[in-house]
Write a protein that binds this ligand. Structure first.
Ligand code: HEC
Length: 82
């Protein structure tokens, strides 16, 4: 899953802004560094998650902290509302 994020970063190259049926907002390319930082954090947290999840007492809370919060942080900024 973490490797996937590194692949994902490459899925948003500079010249693909237009012409696709995408829900990705154009601000991604305006704020590429912020976007990549969020992606990097999600990736790092995913690695952390794999090491803490086994000992976690509150699995739901741990997942929320290390995974869903990152998904949401990015989606709420860079993904169109449905
Ligand atoms: C750094 C930013 C970022 C992070 C982190 C992120 N996403 Fe996304 N996600 C996007 C963007 C941007 C889109 C819209 C892409 C598009 O439609 O082309 C998207 C779209 C999606 C979609 C819809 C895919 C589709 O084909 O319509 C799903 C499902 C999704 N994300 C799940 C997740 C989950 C689950 C996580 C956390 C584990 C996550 N995302 C983390 C940026 C992010």
């Amino acid at each position: 899953m973490s490797e996937n994020y590194k692949v994902l970063i490459d899925l948003f190259p500079e010249n693909t802004q237009e012409g696709f049926d995408t829900e990705a907002l154009l601000t991604i390319w305006d704020e590429k560094e912020d976007f990549n930082a969020l992606m990097q954090k999600a990736s790092d947290d995913m690695i952390k998650l794999t090491s803490v999840i086994e000992d976690a007492e509150d699995i739901r809370g741990t997942l929320k902290q290390f995974m869903w919060s990152n998904c949401k942080a990015c989606h709420s900024r860079y993904r169109e509302e449905h």
